[in-house]
Design a protein around this ligand. Structure first.
Ligand SMILES: [Zn+2]
Length: 167
């Protein structure tokens, strides 16, 4: 069988977002010359017809249609690299990475809160009144304690708790 003619037809219709639409159709027919590959001719014709349709609709007066004809590239929200068709907003690997980072940050935050709570309890044990003014007008909130001192106090609190003094 010898293919002598190739025909393509490209038709596109976009809604204008206001109960209307705009449609363009382009048809090309070409004779396949001696020695020409009909499939190659089809590819070339399709590319031309598609480009022509895009030009026609891309000049629409309606913003919605221009946007539909020239869609923004879909990129990952985390790495900004192009998404695959089956990704929604980000790559699965990027989501997992983000989740892991969030877990680490959350654990660090919890540790910080625990440390603060322990040092507040420690200050309570030694009779300091957090955020209250002392006779001298000095605020005893533990901010003048070194980290090592706070740690020792926290250990004392833990010990006192175990012995049942604080519940
Ligand atoms: Zn990504």
């Amino acid at each position: 069988m010898k293919v002598t003619t190739v025909s393509v037809r490209v038709s596109k219709m976009f809604s204008d977002g206001n109960y209307g639409h705009q449609q363009t159709e382009v048809s090309y027919t070409a004779e396949v010359g001696d020695g020409e590959d009909p499939e190659q001719v089809t590819i070339v014709l399709m590319a031309r017809a598609t480009a022509q349709v895009r030009v026609q609709l891309g000049e629409s007066e309606t913003l919605n249609i221009r946007r539909a004809v020239n869609p923004q590239p879909r990129v990952c929200g985390y790495c900004q690299i192009a998404l695959l068709d089956w990704d929604n907003y980000s790559h699965k690997a990027c989501e997992e990475q983000k989740r892991a980072e969030r877990d680490v940050a959350r654990a660090a935050q919890n540790e910080e809160w625990n440390r603060q709570r322990e040092s507040e309890e420690a200050l309570a044990v030694i009779g300091a009144q957090p955020l209250n003014m002392h006779d001298s007008g000095e605020v005893l909130d533990g901010s003048d304690l070194s980290e090592q001192e706070v740690e020792w106090i926290a250990d004392d609190v833990a010990f006192t708790k175990r012995s049942g003094v604080i519940r």
